[in-house]
Design a protein. Sequence first.
Length: 297
Amino acid sequence: MTFVPRGLTRRQFGAGLASLATVAATTATSEAALPVIDTHAHVFHRGLKLAPGRRYAPDYDAPLALYLEQLDRNGMTNGVLVQPSFLGTDNSYLVECLKQANGRLRGIAVVDLAVSPDELRTLDRAGVVGIRLNLVGQPLPDLGAAEWKALLGNVKALSWQIEIQRNASDLAVLAPQLLDYGVTVVLDHYTLPDPKLGIADPGFQSVLKLGATKNVWVKISAPYRNGAAGEDFAKAAYPLLRNAYGLDRLLWGSDWPHTQFEVTQTYEKNRQFLDTLIADPGERAQVSASPHQLFRF
């Protein structure tokens, strides 16, 4: 016999149970439908034209099909392709891959300072959502120069992001300058503090303060790019970044195919380290899903 609370007819009680069941099913479906996004990977092959003055070029292929296989094997719903520095400003292969992926991927391009608004809009239609400044080994740009003002104005007009790879001490100076233009800023690879200092690096401590702006994101990706003890550094840095930025402004990336670290790294290893880094499943799910709006999925 089913107990019916006093004051309710059996029909009303049954309708209430059905409503609760619908809410529970909807909640379960929503949780199951949460995206799991890899925000940092590269694709290329040896037939592509290399940029002059490059610091490095791989001697193997990392094609789109192989990257999509990595996503499928590791339970990732979406990915973000970042233009490799050794391909320079020729984003044609990146665009080709975005089109082939039919909306599953987004792109971060590398562009020339003199790129036209029309060229940027073409990239936008293809699924590009920002530009990358890989400034490792490069002179720091004069962001007050006319050509930079024009580029950053065009980036802001598209609501794109500026992704920067540079050491933390310089990011502490550059990021506020970019924020003055009203653009969204993404900092690569735990912000690359001095490996000898780790979280004690004054630059890293300064970068933590940028979390208060609510317009800066940090990629918790490629701990191996932060020295031989990179994983230990990442474990120390993560709670500080979480407290400074919040879970919704931390981005996980595989950094596949781990250029220059291919011998020691795999996609699976980096995905498993995320589970170690963020032991709480709910917290990890929030970090994995948080890029959804930033990358326009």
